[in-house]
Design a protein. Sequence first.
Length: 383
Amino acid sequence: MGNLANCTFESLRPEGTSTKASTQEIYKKAFNACKQFAENPSGWLYICGGPGSGKTRLSAAIGNLALRNDVMTVYYTASDLIDQLRPNLSNDNDSDHEDFFSEIEEIPLLIIDDYGLQSTTAWAKEKLDQILTYRINNELPTVLASDIHPRYLDERWQRRLSDTAFCHIVELDAENSNEVYEWPDDLALQKTMTFDNFDQRPANLEKDVQDNLQRAYEVALGFAQEPDGWLVFQGVTGCGKTHLAASIVNYRYDHKQPATFIVVPELLNRLKATFSSSSEENYVRILDQIKRAPLLVLDDFSLTSPSPWETEALYQMINSRYNSKLPTIVTMSHKYDEIDRRIASRLADTRVSNTYLIKAPDFRFKTESKPVKTGYTPRRYQK
């Protein structure tokens, strides 16, 4: 158990560390379920919760209690397990690798923390999948702790984990995960942007532009009421794209539904910062939360001369959500032919995405200026 050897059920508070009564109650149920599993390991236990929710300590407490009860137990983070397997491939003695692999497959109790945040290479996915498939087929007790709710795993694992006779899912409170219902402090302005205070028909705009803006409002409201597929708002800076996107998020929050609002340039800076040795954040964890957010806004997607690294990071986000068909709103000032072709082809795919061009000028400049003629013909929902 390494530095988690002293993490026991006796050292943990049964109600957790949160001051919220609702969170304490959720944690207490998780605590009792984990302790019950540790006393008699049987089947699978899947512990899900955001960073800081306590799943690592609960997993470690399970391992320590099982060891005290003479149950052979191995505890790994998913990334460490993959790293432990990988070096053995270069050894002259292939039997060492096979022995270690078989040991992990057969160990009476296997605990894997940070499941889903490991390397996403085909090799890593195959090896871990092979171990877990063996264990589930042979009904060997296993604990998986993850930031990822089972409903966001691939369909095959969703089916496997949904077998309540074999697998028990423990959910910790979402206040520390991406399933939140409030704005962070650095997005205080977006918190004030609602459908109620969006000016649908500004008096200084021509009628066709007013009609266009009112239709954008209706499209955004319809999406907020029933998020489905993707919605891409294009238009010049200050035309109202962010206000409508933030209004969707506020609507979801008002209805106690999760949503995540991301300002893309700030996200890329945050991801870059994880490369520093002093960073307390994890690149894979951040990217994974964005990939799997139940509803995501990617605001200010337009980047001037993005680096290859930035383009690749954005492509990973877009491609993952595109394949998963998770509801996503994108705001951008660029045209599709001005961004990476791989990304543009997914944003413009009419099977998944609705693109709406807002014709209004920059509202931040209180002038009587005419909107720029774009020649754009809105799609099926703009009459």
